[in-house]
Design a protein around this ligand. Structure first.
Ligand code: ATP
Ligand code: MG
Length: 437
């Protein structure tokens, strides 16, 4: 027997049972974004490799070692499966001149690809919801983007997600800081681990982000970026904090929060939970005023973030939120030649009336079909045999109703013309008494 083919390591199927939760999540996301006036944009999953090299930066984890890049064998182009969405979103903004007339509030969701070591909360294909705002220079939009997060956790029924913020200042300020940081770490060269030594002259800020316990004391004593910020940068940062305080969104300032991508300036932030182990950041982002120009567009301020859908879904599950997938309204049972010709028409008519119908396919006895109806979780079985068909009627069986004496399975004959109305009435009554469908 030949070996079966498995999915690529770190790339997962999302099966029925779980996928309903994903859909519910996506619906919540769409309503939430609409309530803030953000509009959907859809970009390709594959982009020219040069886009990510220019946008994300050469000395970053993503570009150094995580990209799925390949040559298109037909024309020799260098292509990459997108590792994140901001670069493609900015490319589209420039290409279609979107920000020329007015500022833009945009969002997207979908799969991203990074060649990382798969573990809980870290996959090679994972999903992000990305939110980006273009054309707003002030701290008001930074604050809006952060406030949105707080509301979403609430909409999703999540708590215990804390907010960390920091300011990276402007590039001149960072350049000064960078020099001081290099000088500091040079003094302790022997205490640096391999990663830090490699990054010392290329991306020393990333050393602050090290997870190595042996490096923590050294990092704690390092010069602080905040001390290098000028008045304008400080005012911007203070503006963001003012709104957070006014609206009552708690935060902590984390001076070591530098983010893994090169394009950020001023505000950066992360939403973090302790409930997911090492992969606790569920949402991260910040301001990237230089990126549009860096990619060849007119200078346009930008600010945004991305959240990890797998991590949020894990959190929803961890907090007990996994709604059992709702059954359909009707399981449709039919047997006999005349009945089986009438049945599809009746089922289509029910669907015209917005009733969900699972139509029995594959034949079998009434008994076998009724077993499937019971197992389906449907509210009703609609049953047509040749008897019913001849009379222009169906049998409507209540599968979930329990009468006062504990009996289930009340059933009645209903004319085909009245069936939809009867079902709607019964569904509506059920909703009034037990509050759920
Ligand atoms: P990390 O430090 O966890 O690697 P990152 O800084 O690389 O995160 P971003 O590029 O900011 O992550 O992506 C935003 C969010 O996307 C993360 O906060 C996380 O929730 C999610 N994410 C990033 N990489 C992965 C991955 N490989 N698998 C699942 N989710 C991910
Ligand atoms: Mg990463």
């Amino acid at each position: 027997m030949s070996k079966t083919i498995q999915s690529v390591r770190g790339m997962n199927d999302i099966l029925p049972g779980e996928s309903e939760l994903w859909e519910l999540f996506e619906e919540t996301i769409r309503c939430w974004l609409k309530s803030y006036g953000y509009r959907p944009i859809r970009m390709p999953i594959v982009e020219p490799t040069s886009l990510f090299r220019r946008a994300i930066g050469e000395v970053t984890d993503i570009v150094e070692k995580e990209m799925y890049s390949f040559e298109d064998t037909l024309n020799g182009e260098n292509l990459t499966l997108r590792p994140e969405g901001t670069a493609g979103c900015v490319r589209a903004l420039i290409q279609h001149n979107l920000a020329a007339q007015r500022p833009q509030r945009l969002y997207y969701m979908g799969p991203m690809f990074r060649h990382e070591r798969p573990q809980k909360g870290r996959y090679r294909q994972f999903n992000q919801v990305g939110v980006e705002a273009f054309g707003f220079p002030g701290p008001d939009i930074d604050a809006e983007l952060i406030l949105m997060g707080a509301r979403l956790w609430d909409d999703l029924g999540l708590d215990g997600i804390r907010l960390e913020i920091n300011s990276l200042g402007q590039s001149e300020e960072r350049a000064q800081y960078r020099a001081n940081l290099i000088a500091y770490f040079e003094k302790y060269r022997d205490a640096l681990d391999e990663d830090a030594r490699r990054r010392l002259y290329t991306n020393p800020l990333r050393i602050l982000d090290s997870k190595n316990p042996d490096m923590q004391a050294l990092i704690a004593e390092a010069p602080k970026l905040m001390a290098h910020l000028g008045a304008e940068s400080m005012a911007h940062f203070e503006g963001v904090q003012q709104t957070l305080r006014d609206v009552g969104v708690p935060y902590t300032i984390n001076p070591r929060l530098v983010r893994g991508l090169d394009y950020y300036n001023l505000t950066v932030f992360e939403w973090v939970t302790d409930r997911l182990g090492a992969q606790g950041t569920v949402c991260a982002g910040g301001r990237y005023d230089g990126l549009v120009e860096q990619l060849g567009g007119k200078p346009t301020p930008g600010c945004g973030y991305a959240m990890g859908v797998e991590r949020l879904i894990a959190l929803i599950r961890d907090m007990g939120g996994n709604p059992a997938p709702a059954g359909v309204d009707v399981y449709f049972v039919h047997q006999g030649e005349a009945a089986s010709r009438l049945a599809p028409r009746v089922a289509e008519r029910l669907r015209d009336q917005s009733i969900d119908v699972l139509f029995h396919c594959g034949g079998g006895s009434f008994k076998a079909q009724m077993k499937k109806a019971d197992a389906s979780g449907a509210h009703f079985a609609v049953i047509i045999g040749d008897d019913e068909a001849a009379a222009g009627e169906v049998t409507l069986k209540y599968l979930r109703e329990t009468s006062a004496d504990g009996e289930t399975g009340r059933q009645q004959r209903v004319a085909v013309d009245r069936l939809g109305e009867e079902i709607m009435n019964a569904l509506f009554e059920g909703e009034e008494t037990d509050g759920s469908l």
